[in-house]
Design a protein around this ligand. Structure first.
Ligand SMILES: NC(=O)c1ccc[n+]([C@@H]2O[C@H](COP(=O)([O-])OP(=O)(O)OC[C@H]3O[C@@H](n4cnc5c(N)ncnc54)[C@H](OP(=O)(O)O)[C@@H]3O)[C@@H](O)[C@H]2O)c1
Length: 324
C-alpha cells in the first residue's frame, strides 16, 4: 500500500511517500480502508520535533482517519466489515489502510462525508471535551476563540454557544475566515492581523473584557489575549507552542490581582472514559445539524507536502484532509 512516513524532524520536508506492507489488526483491532486522513496542527509541530516523537523514526504518520472497516481482529465484537468509521489510528492514518482499536471507533453519522468525519476524532472531540471539562462556559460569559477558522476553532465557535456562552468573539486572519465564523454563530469576528484587534475585542465586551480565553496562539496574540481577561475570568491553555514565553511573572501578578484562573487541557491524557462520554453527545449535535463540519480542503495522499505547506502558510479553513 501507499503510505507517508516521517523520516526526520526537519519539518514537513521530512515526510516521504513510501510503499509499505498493509498493517495487520491485533485481536481487538480492525483494519480500515482509509478514505480520508485528517491533518492536525500538532502533526506539523511533530515534524519539527516540537513534540516528542511518537515512535522511533521512520514511521507511518497521521493520528486519525475515516474509512470502511475491511477486516476484524479475532476478538472483535459489535463491529462489522463494511461499517463506516472514524478513529484515532494505531498504525498511522496517512496510508491506504490503517488499524484502530475496535473500542475507539466512531460511527460516521448519516449524511456526513468521510472527509468531514475525519475531523471528529481529534479536532471535534478536543473542542467538545475542552468546553465540557475545562472551560465550562456559563450563560453570562464571553468566550474568546483564537484561530477560530481552524479545525478546532470552528468546532469551538459553534460549541461554545451551544454549551451556554452568551457571547463568542472569534479571531481569524482573513475576510473569508471572518465571514465563515460569523455565519457559524460568532457574535463578533475580529481580524487579529490588524494592530487594533485587542481594542476591537474590548469594545465588543463594552470595555469589561472577556470571561474565558481559549489559548493556543501564544506569542503576541497570547499576551494581548491575556490582558483582555476580565476579573474572575479564566484562560484555558491547550496549544503547546512556545509555552515558556507565555507565562511571565507579570501574568501571575495579574492573575492574583484580578482573581483569575489558569487551566491546562490536553485530550490525549484526558482518559478514555471522559472521551467516551463526549462521543455520543457530539455525534448527536452533528446528526441534528446543530454543528456544521467543514472539510473542503483535500489533497491527494501523495501531495502531503503541499497540504502541510498550505497549513503552514495559514491558507486553510477547517479540516484539511489527505485522500488515498
Ligand atoms: N491540547 C489538546 O488536547 C489539543 C487537541 C487538538 C488541538 N490542539 C491545539 O489546537 C490548536 C489548533 O489545532 P488545529 O488542528 O485546529 O489547527 P489548524 O486547523 O491547522 O488551524 C490552524 C489555524 O491557526 C492559525 N494560525 C495561527 N498561527 C499560525 C501559524 N504560525 N501557522 C499556521 N497557522 C497559524 C491559522 O488561522 P489564522 O490565519 O486565522 O490565524 C490557521 O488556520 C493547535 O495549537 C493544536 O496543537 C490541542
Amino acid at each position: 500500500m501507499k503510505a507517508i512516513e516521517l523520516t526526520g524532524l526537519e519539518g514537513f520536508e521530512s515526510l516521504r511517500v513510501v510503499e509499505a506492507d498493509k498493517p495487520k489488526p491485533g485481536p481487538n483491532q480492525v483494519l480500515i480502508e482509509v478514505k480520508a486522513a485528517g491533518i492536525n496542527f500538532a502533526e506539523l509541530e511533530l515534524t519539527k520535533g516540537k513534540y516528542p516523537a511518537l515512535k522511533p523514526l521512520p514511521y507511518i504518520f497521521g493520528f486519525e482517519a475515516a474509512g470502511i472497516v475491511v477486516e476484524l481482529g479475532s476478538q472483535v465484537k459489535g463491529v462489522n466489515v463494511g461499517d463506516s468509521v472514524a478513529a484515532i489510528v494505531s498504525s498511522g492514518g496517512y496510508a491506504d489502510y490503517a488499524t484502530a482499536d475496535a473500542g475507539s471507533l466512531i460511527p460516521v453519522p448519516k449524511g456526513i462525508s468521510f472527509a468531514e468525519a475525519s475531523s471528529i476524532p481529534v479536532q471535534g472531540l478536543s473542542a467538545y471535551a475542552l468546553l465540557k471539562f475545562a472551560a465550562k462556559p456559563r450563560s453570562h460569559e464571553t468566550v474568546l476563540v483564537q484561530a477560530a477558522a481552524g479545525g478546532v476553532g470552528l468546532y469551538l465557535v459553534q460549541l461554545a454557544k451551544i454549551m451556554g456562552a452568551r457571547q463568542v468573539i472569534a479571531l481569524a486572519s482573513s475576510r473569508q475566515k471572518l465571514d465563515l465564523v460569523k455565519n457559524l454563530g460568532a457574535d463578533t469576528a475580529v481580524d487579529y492581523s490588524e494592530k487594533t484587534w485587542p481594542d476591537q475585542v474590548r469594545a465588543a465586551t463594552g470595555g469589561k473584557g472577556v470571561d474565558v480565553v481559549l489559548e493556543a496562539a501564544s506569542g503576541e496574540v497570547g499576551d494581548e489575549s491575556f490582558k483582555l481577561v476580565a476579573p474572575f475570568g479564566r484562560v484555558v491553555f491547550f496549544g503547546a507552542r512556545n509555552i515558556h514565553d507565555t507565562i511571565s511573572s507579570e501574568k501571575i501578578q495579574q492573575l492574583i490581582y484580578k482573581n483569575q484562573t489558569l487551566i491546562g487541557f490536553n485530550v490525549p491524557t484526558l482518559g478514555a472514559e471522559k472521551i467516551a462520554e463526549c462521543v455520543p453527545e457530539l455525534l448527536k449535535l452533528i446528526s441534528q445539524g446543530r454543528i456544521k463540519l467543514f472539510a473542503n480542503t483535500t489533497f491527494p495522499l501523495v501531495e502531503v507536502k503541499k497540504a502541510f505547506e498550505a497549513v503552514s502558510n495559514r491558507q486553510t479553513i477547517g479540516k484539511v484532509v489527505l485522500t488515498p
